[in-house]
Design a protein around this ligand. Structure first.
Ligand code: C2O
Ligand code: CU
Ligand code: CU
Length: 485
């Protein structure tokens, strides 16, 4: 694929979002991105938004529930008193939360009533080839696509988001992201905090212009905002009782990593990661979270007094990005919940079973598409691997740059074998789909390509691997593979 073609795609696709996102000149804003936003969002003044649950609107001929979601341009109040143009699922950001049980097949009908063409990817989902939201499997304005999700996997914290060729960063930043939470009978039987003691939060950084519009510079190093949104609300507060809460955290930021701590010095208990529950809970003082990673946590407010206010802080940030949200302890409660010491048995994949080892080198070169894998920018006509159905492979993710890349692989969940030659920390020892590959470092992961094959003549049946710093992905640190018989 030639550079000119990519540039053409970018220009065509960018026409409409330009109406929604004010692109300020890089000259005035520096390559680091962010900074200099002219709007001060209120801090700890707005309640946490809980996105509505999507409800099925019918069933298909096989009895599968159909969920209909409409992508649309909308104007919403994020900063009090100002209107912000977004593109949102059902006109909101984050979109409605889809909740399903593992193995319950569903159809999500994505209706594109927005001004831009889209594709929708279910991040962390294991679904038949062709429904993965391939970057060029476009849904044009006025059209829709039925995404068929089998949910044949362990329950986990997933999210759906835009994945359009060259414009994923633009369109996720504009608002196209939402939760997709999976559960099962077993998990419900564990006695973990549930009901109003269970919530999911997505952390995103954004920059707002003085008129309230989103500022997106498409900064090639990675777009950084100066204002924190949690579930679409700037620096919210959330009222809690003196009990344990199960809180899933998604880093839905385009490029920013966080290091989260609690202002009262309390520890988190991590019970899950990208691919679902860990084998056993892990006590952690701080949480380093790269874009697209998920954590399933227990935060225990049982030792707090009514009136206490506990801030979720980001020690990796400064100024407007040093604080995330606040928990306000407002009532005394009994706590019937438990944290079992065995959460879920995890089948360990054995390196001796691997039939292939592939090496993927994440690097940088000159030009407009500077981010490369094995020396090459993404080309939708090139497939770089054809793993065989049912086989186990080891993938070596090698970083030849001075910055961390959160590498994400579609289709299956993986286990980390080692990071720079050392076994993973316990919190990274479960199933994962996104891996922090350290600067000049190597992460080795092992996975098995179960269930679904693609068609070598149909490019949209490919699954992607890319850096989840979305501007790296768009500037073309991405590759694709097709699973074959
Ligand atoms: Cu969350 Cu290929 O993306
Ligand atoms: Cu994904
Ligand atoms: Cu990257």
């Amino acid at each position: 694929m030639s550079t000119s073609r990519r540039t053409f795609l970018k220009t065509v696709g960018a026409t409409a979002p330009a109406l929604l996102l004010s692109k300020q000149s890089l000259a005035g804003r520096g390559m680091g991105g962010g900074g200099g936003g002219s709007v001060n969002a209120p801090v700890f003044e707005l309640p946490l938004n809980i996105p509505p649950l999507a409800q099925p609107t019918g069933t298909d001929s096989a009895g599968r529930p159909i969920y209909e979601i409409t992508q649309q341009d909308a104007s919403v109040e994020i900063i009090p008193g100002l209107q912000t143009g977004i593109i949102g699922y059902n006109g909101m950001t984050p979109g409605p939360t889809i909740k399903v049980d593992a193995n319950q097949e569903i159809i999500v009908r994505q209706i594109n009533n927005s001004s831009v063409r889209t594709t929708t990817h279910l991040h962390g989902g294991h679904m038949p080839a062709g429904f993965d939201g391939h970057p060029v499997d476009y849904v044009n304005p006025g059209a829709y696509k039925d995404y068929y999700y089998t949910n044949k996997q362990q329950p986990a914290t997933l999210w759906y988001h835009d994945h359009t060729m060259d414009l994923t960063g633009d369109q996720v930043y504009a608002g196209l992201a939402g939760f997709y939470l999976m559960d099962d009978e077993y998990e419900r039987s564990l006695g973990l905090p549930s009901g109003d003691h269970e919530l999911a939060i997505v952390i995103q950084d954004r920059t707002f212009a003085a008129d309230g519009s989103l500022v997106y510079n498409d900064t090639i190093m990675g777009e950084l905002g100066d204002t924190i949104l949690v579930n679409g609300t700037p620096y919210p507060y959330f009222e809690v009782g003196t009990a344990r809460y199960r809180i899933r955290i998604l880093n839905g930021s385009n490029a920013r990593s966080y290091n989260l701590v609690l202002s009262n010095g309390a520890r988190f208990v991590q019970i899950g990661s990208d691919g679902g529950l860990l084998e056993a809970p892990v006590s952690r003082a701080s949480l380093n979270l790269a874009p697209a990673e998920r954590l399933d946590l227990i935060i225990d407010f049982g030792d707090s007094a009514v009136g206490e206010q506990i801030i979720l802080e980001n020690t990796a940030g400064s100024g407007g990005t040093a604080q995330i949200m606040r928990f306000d302890v407002v009532r005394v409660e009994d706590d019937p919940s438990v944290i079992p010491q065995v959460l879920r048995r995890i089948e360990r994949l054995n390196p001796a079973d691997a039939v292939q080892t592939r090496r993927w080198v994440f690097g940088m070169r000159g030009g407009p598409m500077p981010w490369v894998i094995n020396g090459q920018p993404y080309n939708e006509e090139r497939v770089d691997a054809f793993p065989r159905l049912g086989t186990t492979e080891i993938w070596e993710l090698v970083n030849r740059t001075g910055m961390m890349h959160p590498v994400h692989i579609h289709d299956i969940m993986w286990q980390v074998l080692d990071v720079n030659g050392r076994p993973p920390a316990p919190e990274d020892a479960g199933w994962k789909d996104t891996f922090k590959v350290p600067p000049m470092g190597t992460v080795r992961v092992i996975g098995r390509f179960d269930d679904y094959v693609g068609d070598v003549n149909e490019i949209t049946s490919a699954y992607m691997m890319h850096c989840h710093i979305l501007e790296h992905e768009d500037h073309a640190m991405m590759t694709q593979f097709i699973v074959v018989e």
